[in-house]
Each structure stands twice: as C-alpha cells, then as structure tokens.
Design a protein. Sequence first.
Length: 468
Amino acid sequence: MDLPFEPYRIKVVERIRRVSRPERARLLETAGYNVFKIPSASIYIDLLTDSGTSAMSDLQWAALMRGDEAYAQSRSFAEFEGVVKEIFGYRHVIPTHQGRAAEGLLFATRVKAGDVVPSNIHFDTTRANVEHLGAIALDCVADAGLDPHLEAPFKGDMSLDKLRDAFTKYGRERIPVVMLTITNNSGGGQPVSMANIREVSAFCREMDVPLIFDACRFAENAWFIQQREEGWSGRGIEDICREMFSCADGCTMSAKKDALVNIGGFVCLNDDEWARDLTNLLILREGFPTYGGLAGRDLAAMAQGLREVMDPDYLAYRIGQVARLGRRLDELEVPYLRPAGGHAIYVDALAALPHLPREQFPAQVFTAALYLEGGVRAVEIGSLMFDHKDPDTGQMVHPAMELVRLAVPRRVYTHTQLDYVAEVCAAVMRKGRNWRGLEITWQPSALRHFTASLRPVGGGTFEAGDQG
C-alpha cells in the first residue's frame, strides 16, 4: 500500500505548552499586535517560518560532532563544497551565515543606485537588500500567480512579457542581474516550471544579463517539476536539479530551508571575477572564505542536510503534509491561495475578512487573531510587509494579495497538530466582523513587519465586544 506515512522515526521530543486566552491577549497587546515580538515559550504551534526551524536528523547531529573547526580549509568545508558542487554544478561555492547575507554580498558587489533587479516576486529581505542600495526591486510574476483562486500547476513562473517590458522601459544597462525564486515564496510557495526556467534563461543569455536563482527551496521546486510537468515524471530529483541549475549563472541559498539546518547559507557562481569580488567582501563582513561566518560543524550539518533533502520519500511526505493541511482547510471553508504551496499554506485574508480595508492590514489582523484564538503563530504576507511607493509616481501601492502564511517546519509537527491549526483558522473566520482593523503606532525605515507596533484602529479592544 502507498501510505502517506512519515519517512522517519521520532527519537527526541520537545515539550510545548498552551497559555490561557487572557494571557495571550495580554501578550498580544504588549507586543503591539506583532507576533514577531511574542516569546516562543508562549507559542503553541509556531508556523511563523520554515527557515531554520527544521528538525535535524541523527546523521546531521553526528556531523555536528565531527565538525572540523580549523580556521582555513577545514575538512568540513571540503565536504560541504563537494556536496554543493555535485548538486548545483557551479565552479565557486562561497559560504555565508544565512541567505540574506548571501543576497547582501551579491547585490553589494553587482548592484548600484538606479539599477533595476527583476524577479518573479522578491521576498522581503531580497527586496530590502536591493532597495537599500537605491535600486528598484521589480516583480514580474505571471498573471496566474496573482490570482489566489486559480488552480494552476506553476504559478511561480515569471512573465516573459513583463521581463521584456522591463528591459524596454529601463534599458539593458540598468539591469545588472535577473533573479528567479524557486519556489516563489511571496507568491504562495508556488513552483516555477522547467519550461519557464529555460525560457527566462534563454532570454537572459540573449540580453547578456546573468540569471541568478534564489534557491532556498530548490528541492521542493524540483519535486513539483517531477510530479506536474510533462516529460519529467521519469527523471530523478538529482537530474532535475542539475538541469535547473545549468540554466542559471549562479544562486543564493538560505540553507535554513532545503538544507534542513538551523543556520547557514551560501552563494554559488561560475564567473571568476564575481566570485573574487564577493569573496573579498565576505572576508570583511563574514569571515574567511572557507567558513563564511559559520562553524565547521554547521558546514558539516549543511552537507548532510543537502543529501537528505533529495530523498523522494522525504519530499513526497513533506509536500504532502502541506497539501493535507490545505484539504482540511477546504473542508472548513477557509480560503487560501490555490493550489497548496510547497512549504506553506497562504490564507487569503481579503476573502476571510472582507470587511477590512487594505489600509487596516487585514492579513495582520488575521495573524494576530490566530494567536489570540489558539496560540498559533503565522506571518503576514501583505500590506504590512509589502506596501511600497511606486518609483515613478511616488504613490503608495498595495501588494496584489493579502496573505497569511502558515509555514510548516520540516519534520517537526504532526498531522494532529496541523488539524488543530486548521480549526483555529476556521474559528477566526467564524468571528468575522468582530475583528477590528489595525493601525501602525511605530515603524522602522525598512522591513517594518519585523518590529513595527500596531493597535486596534482608534484604540480600544482588538475584538469587538471583548472587555479584556
């Protein structure tokens, strides 16, 4: 029988606890209705992110014990470099302590003020790294990726028409690099097809502009290609990955996702000059080129995790667990971006809370309500995260969708726990108009969703009729 069972046994457990609803209400208010600021000890089910939250395997823990902590050219680096080159196929492997450091090195050496960096959809830290340099982070996702209700197999695809328009509008000289995120996180964890990867690659090579992947969920993207795209069902995950990466000139990687570790990242490149520039800056900001801000044991754990993530049984269960959560939400009539993503479900907050205007952050309201109702922590992927000024008009622009991401950590939660999450989502929806909108009381100059403070619009209580 082909059963959707866990392809592992549980050897170690961690106790979690539930705090009372009055205590959750107090914590939420103290945190300024920003769940990033709620202590993890007061979270029951934590779906804030799948980044760095995976459960490591016995072999990864063993690798930690075997780490070589030599400052230069450690055995752990040699092992890590070998595994990365085998999977990704690039000439240069440059370790960093996490993905945003990899992005920061890439953009700091290749992007300048006034440049334009197209992508399918930039994630928050990628966008911030581009805009910090005075450049424009331009989203060019295909229109299908902006319709939360459309069932389509590859909603992460980049629109070639939008990409061509960018070159026409801004000029080739202002576009130093094109990014492609696999899978497309801000667009619902949706995969990019091999056909689209090849199409984007051919266009970039025609324009003589490097194509760089944000590859933090590359194995999940490869699994979707194998399962959904014609002509790939008989190919192994390793073969599909090699074909994907052969279409690009390099990649950035947050190893905290598909390398199944709690810290780590890297940049891969083929260009010698680019690699020299990044390595020089790496030494200044992160550390010696063969440890990149990481301990040798972390490099060893990454190498082992990259081997494990290619296992087809693991990938089938991993993506199947997320799909199962989606099916439970269907039964409870909770709207979400369809189809289920690779690493997360994205609840459609505009459909779930239609009484709230965009200016009152409906996705953040739903996120706060999830914690108040059931101790579940998710993350807003909407106006709080992505509101921005149009570079041409200066007008404030809302993102296309208001989403609440339920990011499922790898090898951490059971089906029963995710069933509970679905029930809490349904409970939030049942209260509907009882939830009041939020307004910002303080925000930083960039990446405001991490640290901003909010309150119910006009003051008072978050839930109408709630006296405390």
